[in-house]
Design a protein around this ligand. Structure first.
Ligand SMILES: C[S@@+](CC[C@H](N)C(=O)[O-])C[C@H]1O[C@@H](n2cnc3c(N)ncnc32)[C@H](O)[C@@H]1O
Length: 249
């Protein structure tokens, strides 16, 4: 029997080449959105917040594969991935973003306006609070993308499940809808915190360190999603880990 081991990333160079080839053979992201990614990457120190263009291709594919028309994004930053979702669902679809940082939200809104993406809204404020205000939505979401504070992930998942009770009116996520949580392998630190992992920060032993707290929070999220009868999950070992959960009921 074959093991789950993938031979495609045996060296960094091979991994990069295989990734470039896969990007090339995958669906196209519109050039203006790619240009925005490139510009933000050049201009901003915090640009590593954005998902990669390769991950974006996968998300567009996923959204189209399930016929998604409504996407909720938790963690907008300067609006890159929201444009990806907007492109995926098309002008008749709807994207709702939750972002706590006013400056980011303003930049995102300016960009969407400039680029002609009219179907994206952003709610500014802590996502856990904003989520409760979405309780009276008219139509459930097809996809919820979690890409914000890692310590919030488990709470967001609990809220989503509570607000999507089977048979309830105004549920947040439809039956069969997808929750996609980003950074859920956290540079491999969720499984390997030994010095064998080159991404292990020097202060990782300090339980108060940023990365130790984030990794503990992600571990909690992965367990919560993976061990839930209402969810079928697949944790994709690509990018920084993308935990996909399909709401069964
Ligand atoms: C990784 S970035 C999002 C990147 C974006 N999804 C993209 O790929 O273009 C995470 C964002 O979550 C926001 N954030 C962090 N904590 C939050 C909270 N409690 N509520 C809402 N947004 C939050 C941050 O301000 C930041 O803009």
């Amino acid at each position: 029997m074959k093991s789950g081991y993938t031979s495609l990333y045996a060296t960094r160079v091979l991994g990069d080449r295989v990734t470039s080839y896969s990007e090339f053979q995958s669906l196209r992201i519109p050039q203006p959105i790619k240009d925005y990614h490139t510009r933000i990457s050049k201009e901003r120190d915090d640009s590593n917040y954005m998902i990669s263009t390769f991950e974006s291709q996968a998300l567009v594919f996923l959204a189209r594969a399930i016929g998604a028309k409504r996407v909720l994004e938790i963690g907008v930053y300067v609006g890159y991935s929201a444009m990806i979702w907007s492109h995926a669902v098309g002008p008749q679809g709807k994207v709702t973003g939750l972002e706590c940082n006013e400056e980011y939200a303003k930049l995102a809104q300016e960009t969407w306006k400039d680029q002609g993406y009219e179907n994206i809204d952003v709610h500014v404020g802590p996502a856990a609070e904003t989520l409760t205000k979405l309780a009276d939505i008219s139509e459930p979401y097809d996809i919820i993308f979690i890409d914000a504070d890692k310590t919030g992930y488990s709470g967001y998942l609990r809220q989503i499940l509570e607000m999507s009770a089977p048979g309830a009116k105004n549920r947040l996520l439809r039956p069969g809808g997808i929750i996609a949580a980003d950074n859920t392998l956290r540079q491999g630190l969720v499984v390997d915190t030994t010095p064998d992992n080159p991404w292990r920060p020097a202060d990782f032993d300090n339980p108060e360190s940023f990365q130790a707290i984030a990794v503990a929070a992600i571990n909690e999220y992965n367990d919560l999603a993976g061990d839930n009868d209402r969810l079928e999950t697949f944790l994709v070992p690509l990018w920084d880990g993308l935990h996909l959960s399909r709401l069964v009921d």
